[in-house]
Design a protein around this ligand. Structure first.
Ligand SMILES: Nc1ncnc2c1ncn2[C@@H]1O[C@H](COP(=O)(O)OP(=O)(O)OP(=O)(O)O)[C@@H](O)[C@H]1O
Length: 986
């Protein structure tokens, strides 16, 4: 195959793909440190800014647009005969495999390769009637500088190799794959499997098979990390019929009219650059990492050589042969290929240094000039030339003989131009309408008075200082409790008063009724008997008088028959007697009637008395009931009061605990902030110093080269200059080490803060859902025991610290990346090029020897100092342990006392006097066990405090409070001691 003469210069296109923060990074509380300028392909990180051809992800273009914008032109070019390469580059875990789709499984359609396959086959489907196609794929990986065939049908234990990551076993006798360069400079792989495919399914199967066979392994930074560079190559061969009109008889002319094109598309998923410390790799992983980094370093050097315009012009050697990877990518970088490099980056602040390095490489790669050409076979090339000649001749013939045709064409052009104008006008109108609509939309979004107001409101809300939160909380809580208690007491008093009043009323009514009852007085039965007897007597008297009257009437009757005067007289006497008797009877009758009347009245009053009696009974029953209720209510209230007191005690305890927790948290926040601030300042100083040293290195290396070139005045100046140069180099090295050390420490601090933040946030989420957080998880118990406000305050403080830490990390990463890059450039040039003579070397060696001797002596002195400090540290630690033990003792004592108070309260609730702590064990009123002397001194605390006079509860509670206070003071002292200890250890 020969490259056609028609070639074009084109730069490597670079797209950046920013993946989102992934689960692990979020868990570590990482911050996004990469900014993509909206509407521009520009990426900023720290103070660095880079411009690329495209930026996807984050606030750049959506990742879905990547294929259309970057890859489709390459696929189209493939059909025109141009080779192409897509290269995914970036640190481990930055998303290369995800972007390329090399981890193809179960027909997954995301990723560049699956989309390329789809596009390829749909294009072939459209063109297959005009063009004859043939497709081949190969899939290789470079693992530990060895090329391995991922499609080798004869290799054994594929799946085993994939899962256990052991080297693939090739069938004995099969020669290893070799990279060869043909006479015309085309790189080929001898011995790799090329599978001929004719359907999408077949190609997908190859990708899947190779992906499964690829070596992957788990590291701290990616649990499915690719441990090799993988290259999936699609070869597209086409046989086109050039001008079917010229001949169609199947004769030799047919061959003349055929064009054969063959182009390759390399889809490369590189292994990620990694730092062994961060990936946590050791053993085999570590070795893999070393090879990966070696390959990538070689790639970096090739990119540097090709991307530096000066070097290119100087014709500097490009070290393609330094690694198999660069050798295989020779055509893709600076050769016959259209190349797109996708720089994959993680936005996490902990990856800032690696991200910066990736962006720098990518930026350099943009300068690489390729020379892609259409790949035809020599015969086709010749035929093309002839065909072009033929076309030219035909055109000439037309120009001479076919003026009519020209006229027709001219008319057609005029018509097309008119149509074009119409379309342009329409387009213009449409655009201005679009602008109007957009303007209205923006106005609507910007000018909403509502949003302004709500912003103002938010500001007001934010301006409320949260610093006094726990106080506010306690006070609100307390006042709410006091209100509740007062209400309860008031309610109780009101009820008691009402019931007392009711009782009083009942008593009054009872008294009334009883005095009424008294009015009825006497023995009613005797009275009745007396009345009955009286009536009977009256009856008897009446009967006797009636008999008398009847006898007198009978006598009068008898006398009426006589006519003498005596009889008359007797008659008169009897008549008078009769009259008096009649009068007597009438009188008796009246008396009797009166008596009956009286009896009736008596009966009525008896009934009334009975009713009264009943009423009295009823009132008495009511009174008993009321008295019972009063008693019950009083008992209930007493019980409530007792439990309330217990609760109050508990609340006070909690209040004190909260207060203590607040103090502790504030102290912790303050201390951590100070430590962080100090660390950040130290880091900033080290970073600044490094920057200055790096700047100075540039000038000093220039001076030195001047000296080395013999521009110095004499040998002594030269010697001094070399010594200065060496000192400077060493200082740079130490400083880089210092910055890296600070960087590691800062990363650890950040990780710890992030871990705590994650726990707090999780607990907060559980609490907001009313759930209790899972037990037994690290830090969960402590976070759940915090009050919500304390938690919020801690979260905000942690976020604040994380953001400080993140900024500091990015700044350090930036300088480290700079230093690394300069160091590489420097070591490439050769560190010792400054030395031009043996004398120089000897002098410098002597100087180094002296310096080393001095340093060793200093180290020895420092060792002694450290030993002494260690002793001091030990003493402090033992003092701290003693205090801690003492604290535990006092705490136990307090617990016992609290239990005693609880028991006493419970006993008082069951009816015993609430003022006596009868159940306080004897030893509770005794003295505390003797406190260690230093602790007593520190706390100004006398054991006598708790030697109460006896079993008086108030004194007991007072003592308990004092113990609590003592614990608080203990804790503060401990905090201070721990703080000092930390300072000392730092
Ligand atoms: N654009 C993205 N959107 C969502 N998740 C992504 C994206 N890119 C990568 N990831 C996720 O990030 C993790 C690491 O991605 P991936 O394995 O592709 O990284 P890599 O650069 O190939 O790493 P290595 O070099 O170690 O093989 C994976 O879990 C992947 O799902």
């Amino acid at each position: 195959m020969e490259a056609a003469a028609a070639s074009e210069d084109c730069c490597v296109k670079v797209a950046v793909h920013v993946r989102p923060l992934i689960g692990d990074e979020k868990l570590q509380g990482c911050k996004d440190c990469v900014t993509v300028i909206q509407g521009k392909p520009q990426v900023q990180i720290g103070t660095h800014s880079f411009t690329f051809d495209h930026v996807y992800g984050s606030t750049g273009s959506p990742s879905s647009a990547m294929f259309e914008e970057c890859i489709v032109p390459l696929v189209d070019g493939l059909f025109q005969g141009y080779n192409a390469t897509v290269l995914a580059y970036g640190q481990t875990g930055s998303g290369k495999t995800y972007t390329m789709g090399t981890g193809f499984k179960d027909g997954c359609q995301t990723g560049v390769i699956p989309q390329v396959m789809n596009a390829l086959f749909s294009k072939i489907e459209n063109l297959k009637h005009q063009i004859e196609f043939q497709l081949h794929v190969s899939f290789i990986e470079i693992l530990k500088e060895e090329v391995r065939d991922l499609l080798d049908p004869t290799s054994l234990n594929k799946s085993d190799a994939a899962t256990t990551n052991t080297a693939k076993v090739n069938v004995p006798g099969k020669p290893p794959i070799q990279i060869r360069e043909s006479s015309n400079g085309v790189i080929t792989l001898a011995g790799s499997t090329e599978v001929s495919v004719s359907t999408l399914k077949e190609m997908a199967a190859c990708l899947e098979q190779g992906s499964l066979s690829r070596a992957t392994g788990s590291t701290n930074m990616n649990n499915q990390s690719s441990r090799s560079h993988a290259i999936f190559t699609i070869t597209l061969e086409q046989m086109r019929k050039l001008n079917p009109a010229v001949s169609g008889d199947g004769g030799p002319n047919d061959i003349m009219n055929e064009e054969y094109l063959c182009a390759k598309l390399h889809l490369v998923d590189l292994a990620g650059s990694e730092r062994a410390k961060r990936t946590g790799s050791d053993g085999m992983r570590f070795k893999e990492g070393v090879h990966i980094n070696k390959g990538l370093l070689a790639l970096g050097n090739v990119i540097s050589a090709l991307g530096d315009e000066k070097k290119r012009k100087e014709g500097v050697h490009v070290p393609y042969r330094d690694s198999k990877l660069t050798r295989l990518l020779q055509d893709s970088l600076g050769g016959n290929s259209r190349t797109v490099m996708i720089a994959c980056i993680s936005p996490a602040d902990i990856n800032a240094e690696e991200t910066l390095n990736t962006l720098k490489y990518a930026n350099r790669a943009r300068n690489i000039q390729n020379k892609p050409v259409v790949n035809r076979d020599p015969m086709s090339n010749e035929m093309l030339k002839m065909r072009q000649q033929l076309e030219y001749l035909q055109a000439e013939l037309c120009a001479r003989g076919g003026s009519d045709e020209v006229q027709v064409l001219k008319e057609r052009i005029a018509w097309l131009e008119a149509a074009n104008e119409d379309l342009c006008r329409e387009l213009h109108e449409y655009r201005s309408r679009c602008t109007n609509v957009e303007q209205r939309e923006t106005d609507a979004q910007d000018g909403s008075p509502c949003s302004v107001k709500s912003d103002g409101l938010k500001r007001n809300l934010h301006s409320i200082e949260p610093a006094d939160y726990p106080m506010g909380e306690t006070m609100i809580g307390d006042s709410r409790e006091i209100d509740e208690e007062a209400a309860k007491e008031w309610e109780h008093t009101l009820l008691q008063n009402t019931m007392d009043k009711e009782l009083h009323e009942l008593n009054r009514r009872l008294e009334e009724k009883e005095s009424e009852m008294k009015l009825f007085g006497g023995d009613t039965v005797a009275l009745k008997h007396h009345f009955g007897k009286k009536i009977q007597e009256l009856e008897d008297e009446k009967r006797a008088v009636q008999q008398e009257r009847d006898r007198l009437l009978a006598e009068i009757e008898n006398l009426s028959h006589g006519s003498d005067g005596q009889t008359q007289k007797l008659q008169d006497v009897h008549g008078q007697k009769l009259k008096s008797l009649e009068a007597q009877i009438m009188d008796l009758k009246k008396k009797q009637e009166n008596q009956v009347q009286l009896l009736k009245q008596k009966q009525k009053s008896d009934e009334a008395a009975k009713r009264l009696q009943d009423e009295i009974q009823f009132i008495k029953a009511q009174k008993v009931q009321l008295q019972h209720r009063i008693k019950q209510e009083a008992e209930q209230f007493r019980q409530w009061k007792a439990s309330r007191e217990k609760e109050l005690l508990q609340l006070r305890k909690e209040g004190r605990r909260n207060e203590y927790e607040r103090h502790k948290l504030q102290a912790l926040n303050q201390r951590q902030k100070l430590v962080l601030q100090r660390k950040t300042e130290e880091a900033a100083m080290a970073t600044k110093r490094l920057k200055e040293l790096l700047e100075a290195r540039k000038t000093s290396s220039r001076d030195n080269s001047a000296v080395a070139n013999g521009n110095g005045t004499n040998g002594q100046t030269n010697e001094k200059a070399l010594q200065r140069w060496l000192d400077h180099e060493l200082e740079v090295m130490v400083n880089v080490h210092e910055v890296r050390f600070e960087y590691e420490k800062q990363s650890q601090v950040r990780a710890a803060l992030a871990e705590e933040l994650a726990v707090l946030k999780q607990v907060d989420e559980f609490a907001s859902k009313g759930l209790s957080p899972p037990r037994g998880k690290n830090g969960f118990a402590r976070a759940s025991s915090m009050s919500p406000n304390a938690r919020m305050a801690r979260i905000s403080s942690l976020e604040n610290m994380l953001s400080i830490s993140s900024n500091s990390l990015v700044a350090m990463a930036s300088q480290l990346s700079e230093a690394e890059e300069r160091e590489r450039a420097f070591s490439n040039r050769g560190r010792w090029n400054q030395l031009r003579s043996m004398g120089d070397a000897k002098n410098l060696l002597q100087y180094m020897f002296n310096s080393l001797g001095d340093t060793r002596c200093q180290v020895w002195e420092k060792d002694i100092e450290i030993k002494e400090m260690k002793e001091q540290l030990k003493e402090l630690v033992s003092l701290l342990r003693q205090s801690e033990l003492r604290r535990k003792e006092v705490e136990n004592e307090l617990k016992l006392r609290e239990q005693a108070v609880a028991i006493a309260l419970a006993t008082s609730a069951t009816g015993n006097s609430p003022n006596s702590l009868k159940h306080v064990p004897d030893d509770m009123n005794g003295p505390l066990s003797p406190m260690s002397v230093p602790a007593q001194k520190q706390l100004k605390y006398s054991p006598g405090i708790v030697n109460g006079p006896g079993r008086d509860s108030a004194a007991f509670i007072d003592q308990t409070r004092k113990i609590m206070l003592a614990i608080l003071v203990f804790d503060i002292v401990l905090e201070l001691a721990v703080g000092n200890l930390l300072m000392l250890s730092v």
